[in-house]
Structures are given as C-alpha cells and as structure tokens.
Design a protein around this ligand. Structure first.
Ligand code: URA
Length: 445
C-alpha cells in the first residue's frame, strides 16, 4: 500500500482500483474522492481506465452507484428551476433509430404549463441526436445561455439545448474514456452517467424511455429492465421522481430516419397525424411526465388534435431563433428500394436502418463531423403493411449519389417481404418501471 500523506491526498487511486478489483465495496469517501480527484487531474486517465474496467467486471451495488452518481453531479454546476413558479419535467431516451419523440413531446408537455428543460446531445454512430434534428430548422440555435433558458422556460415552457461544459464534467471525461477502453457497456456506469446529467439539469421529475432491441444499447428485455431499474433507483435515492417505460426498438420508430425527415414527421404528430407508434409513445411519455408534474388528469392526446401542441412547438422554435414556417432542407438525390414480389412486410431491422441512414450522411462517425440535414430514409411501407411487386418500400435520401451503394449494402437482409401477414405488435411499450407500480405486459413476464 502506498502512503497517502506523501501527496496530501486522503486516498491513493491504486488502493481504490485494487479494492474494486478484489470485489470490495467502495466507501462513500473513496467514491467522492476518486471522482473529484479525476476531475482535478490528480487521478490519471490510465488509473480511471483501470477502475472503470474493475467496475465493469465487478459492478457497483445500489448505494455505490447512487454515490458515484452524486459525486459526478457534484463535479460541476447544477441548475435550479424551483423558482420558475411552475413544475418541471423531462424525458431521457437511451437512444434509438427514428427516435424523434423529444421533438413532439417537449412542446406537447409544455402546452400544459409544465416547463421542460431538455439538455440534449448530438448523435454519434447509428442513433441520431435531437440537436442535429432541430438544427435542420433554418436559424434554430442549440447554444443558449442559462439566463435565456430560464426565460424561455418561464415564458414558453419548452427548451431543447446543448448541455454546458460545466454540467457533470466528470461524466464528460469518463464517458470519453470508457468509449476507448471497452467499458461503456456496464449498467452502473451507463445508469450513473445518464442520471448524473439529468440530476444536474435540475428537472423536478424524470421519465426514461429505455429502448430494447437491435437498434438500442440494450438488445434484450432483461438487460433493459436492469438498466431502467438501476436508473429509477438512482432517481429515488437522489429525491428525483423517476419512472421508466421499456419500449420496442427492434424496428425503426415511425416512418422516417434522418434529421429534417424526422422533424417533418414530428410536426405531423403535433398537427394530430403521424404514425401510430410515434403517437402512442409520445402520448404515453407525456402522460408519465404530466402525472409526475402533478397533472394526472391532463389529456395530451387532445392537445395533439386541437392545435395546442402545434402552437407550443411554434413558440418553442421561435424562442431559439428558428423559423417554424421555413421549408426544411431536402437532400439532392433519392433512391427507391422497390418490392420484388407481392406480400407483407414482416420485418425491418432497426440497427441496419440506423447504419444505412448514417451512411447516407444523417449521422457522424467522429464528434467533429458535420451531418447532412436532408439525408436519411423514408419508410414508405412499415411492418404489417401489404406490398405489391414494384411498389416503393423505402426511399433513401443523400446529398451525394455515391453514398447509396454502402447504405444499400447495410440494408441487405434487413427487411423481409413474406406471404403471410406478421403477427401485429400490440404496442410499442413493453413495460413500465417506477412510481408505485412496476408492470410488464403479460407476454413479457
Ligand atoms: N449515454 C450516456 O450518457 N452515458 C452512457 O454511459 C451511455 C449512454
């Protein structure tokens, strides 16, 4: 054991790494110190990488996970909206393909007088980022000051903006480190990472959309349920009312994947139309948020059809400099994928569609890459619909024609037309965790 007095720090990183390596619990003081010392640069990257691997292999229990989260919250500034004079509620999705829910959900919930402070990210890899989608709206700005954010929350209600560098900075560094050390896929590390940012954001209630399936982080219901339960427990331990829906991400959500294409679809939902699964999930998440915000009798489905949600969207886009009436950008080229036989579309693989859309230019491979606003995929046909030979199934959009070949390669085998109609999916929602009831649909038990 090394002598901590030598460098005037209360602990030595090597001792903490060895403790977790040997499957011991970390004390609150050890966790507080290691996260703080890492943020200060006292714990080196290679030491934190070793600790992340020890956690990946040996886990953290509930108390350790909650303390780890709190330590990351305390590594930076926290926002406080308790003086707004209205309740606050937010939603976080673990990320999926065609997931444009935030776009419609934020103004929908705001239309009931609830403030929604959505600190969001840009996409990396096959899942799109909400900010990338909104940035396809001419003149809309993701970067706003905290004062302006507070003003919009008070006057308009919904804000979607980029998180400041000083919000949970320990997580920012640790997430980047985990990305290059094979330690992303650890439930306590994912849960603490997500929850530290949401707790620091200062929302009064939180609803989680934990995706399950090929296009999601969590490929099966068991691991999604574990992640959701861990996050709900962290919320409870931090005094933040948190619930989670487990939702299907085995196929793309809705009929569009891409930035401007998804904005267009979200506006359809806000105007009372849009695909059934997007509407179902938007309304279910809105109910959760409104309930947590103290409005259990609010009717979000009605606000989608009577114009209130659309008015709220227009105000929200205006407040961040955007023009809700401007034409959305379109890609220069399109390519149609046609059905080669009559039948029923029985399967579309979410991951493959996400990768194809990314290859068309809608996503980025490195943080500094630009994305194409118009690129992506329109699903002319979705699972369960009848098709005729020669009818368009999917329309690919890209700024450069050369992108089509690689996108088509990733769609190879990713969809099926068969003789029989598939069994219809009862609901996009597979289960719920949190609040007073943990329920799973009978088919999943
Ligand atoms: N998203 C996050 O913010 N953190 C993780 O660890 C994984 C996904």
């Amino acid at each position: 054991m090394s002598d901590p007095d030598q460098h005037a720090e209360p602990f030595d990183a090597v001792d903490i790494i060895a403790a977790k390596r040997d499957r011991h619990r970390l004390t609150d003081a050890q966790i507080d110190w290691v996260i703080d010392a890492y943020t200060r640069g006292v714990v080196a990257e290679e030491q934190m990488a070793a600790l992340a691997m020890a956690v990946y292999l040996n886990g953290l229990d509930r108390a350790e996970t909650s303390r780890w989260t709190t330590a990351m919250v305390n590594s930076g500034t926290t926002l406080d909206f308790t003086d707004l004079g209205k309740p606050t509620a937010d939603k976080h999705s673990t990320g999926g393909v065609g997931d444009k829910i935030t776009l419609a959900l934020t103004p929908l919930v705001a239309s009931f007088g609830v403030a929604v402070p959505q600190l969001s990210g840009r996409g990396l890899g096959h899942t799109g980022g909400t900010l990338d989608k909104l940035e396809s709206i001419p003149r809309w700005r993701a970067q706003i000051s905290t004062d302006r954010m507070r003003e919009i929350l008070r006057d308009t209600g919904g804000v979607v903006c980029a998180a400041g560098e000083d919000l949970a900075p320990a997580d920012r560094r640790l997430y980047a480190l985990r990305d290059v050390t094979g330690t992303v896929e650890s439930v306590p590390l994912i849960a603490s990472s997500i929850m530290s940012k949401k707790i620091a954001e200062g929302t009064g209630a939180l609803v989680l959309d934990v995706k399950v399936g090929s296009g999601a982080f969590m490929k099966d219901l068991e691991s999604a349920r574990l992640l959701a339960t861990t996050m709900v427990e962290i919320g409870a331990d931090a005094g933040l009312a948190t619930s989670a829906l487990l939702t299907d991400m085995s196929r793309p959500l809705g009929r569009t994947v891409g930035n401007a294409l998804e904005v267009r679809e979200a506006v359809e939902v806000l105007a009372g139309g849009g695909p059934e699964d997007v509407v179902e999930l938007t309304v279910a998440l809105a109910r959760e948020m409104l309930d947590a915000a103290g409005l259990p009798d609010a009717d979000p489905a009605a606000a989608l059809t009577d114009g209130r949600a659309l008015d709220s969207w227009r105000a929200m886009i205006h407040a961040q400099g955007g023009d809700p009436d401007a034409d959305l950008p379109t890609a220069a080229h399109t390519h149609q994928v046609l059905a080669d036989r009559d039948g029923w579309l029985t399967h579309t693989d979410a991951l493959a569609f996400g990768v194809a859309s990314w290859r068309l230019g809608a996503g980025r491979a490195r943080k500094e890459d630009a994305v194409s606003a118009g690129a992506g995929i329109e699903l002319h046909t979705v699972v369960g619909e009848r098709v005729r030979a020669g009818q368009p199934l999917f329309i690919l959009h890209a700024d450069e024609e050369v992108r089509f070949d690689r996108a088509l390669a990733s769609l190879d085998g990713a969809w099926t037309v068969a003789d029989e109609a598939p069994e219809s999916r009862e609901s996009v929602i597979l289960g719920r965790i949190g609040g007073n009831s943990n329920t799973l649909r009978p088919a999943d038990c």
